[in-house]
Design a binder for this molecule. Structure first.
Ligand SMILES: O=C(OCc1ccccc1)c1cn[nH]c1
Length: 243
């Protein structure tokens, strides 16, 4: 899979050289390319922003610069990429969307800064490729770079071969393996730590009992922390959601 990231702060994406994503890049499983948007800005100041029409605070990133950058980046590979744009105004990021993107051959992530990007950029891009605006949550960051790190990491770990043990992705919270519930509490050695013992059921060898115990803890935790997820499960499976 290829992932391109366009940003005015390329060094903000340095963490993609580290750990899981870094290893996958070096193993040739991921082709991640970071581009400095200013490479497509002209003039001595290489301006990428300007004041918003209609007034309002702050500055906007201009269409000519983003248009030129996206033209080059999205025509530099095989086929047509899916363009992802982190923004508070986007649709919520979910594991389901991440899983869909992990099946794509090529993603491009556009990192906004200031108050965002001139609306015509995404309108224009959408005439040539799929474009999705994505929100990490109902808060505002200073720019899209941190969100890009989240999206790249979430997608990368689902790319075949990237995770050492593919089963761990199946048992993530929100994944199908846990039936869309939150993960149960987990334990490792030592068996007792500061007077707290690992639950007996986990130290026995009975896998059916362990699975039941984990499911019950997942249901309890989901009911306590994310009743919305539980409601969705019940809506989908009825009482079987508690099996
Ligand atoms: O702040 C965010 O994106 C960066 C961004 C993009 C455009 C203008 C300002 C900031 C964000 C918040 N939740 N999800 C994404």
């Amino acid at each position: 899979m290829r992932i391109d990231v366009v940003t005015i702060f390329p060094d903000y994406l340095a963490p993609l050289d580290e750990a899981l994503v870094g290893r996958a890049r070096r193993a040739g499983l991921l082709d991640v390319r970071v581009h400095d948007l200013r490479g497509w800005a002209s003039g001595v100041h290489k301006a990428v922003d300007d004041a918003p029409y209609g007034g309002g605070p702050g500055m906007l990133m201009t269409a000519p610069v983003w248009g030129a950058a996206l033209d080059d980046v999205t025509s530099s590979g095989d086929g047509v990429p899916r363009l992802l744009v982190p923004t508070p105004a986007g649709a919520p990021l979910t594991q389901r969307r991440v899983a869909g993107w992990a099946g794509e051959p090529w993603l491009v992530v556009a990192c906004g800064r200031y108050e965002g990007i001139d609306a015509r950029v995404l309108e224009d891009a959408a005439t040539r490729m799929p474009v999705e605006e994505v929100s990490l949550g109902d808060y505002v960051l200073a720019g899209g770079e941190v969100a890009a790190l989240v999206v790249v990491e979430a997608v990368s770990r689902l790319v075949p071969g990237v995770l050492g043990n593919p089963e761990s992705a199946e048992l993530d919270s929100f994944a199908e393996g846990t039936g869309g519930l939150l993960e149960a509490p987990a334990y490792t050695r030592p068996e007792t730590w500061r007077g707290r013992a690992v639950p007996d059921v986990l130290r026995g060898g009975n896998h059916a009992v362990v699975d039941r115990w984990r499911r019950d803890r997942s249901l309890e935790r989901t009911a306590a922390v994310r009743p919305d997820l539980l409601d969705a499960l019940v809506a989908r499976h009825g009482a079987a959601a508690f099996d």
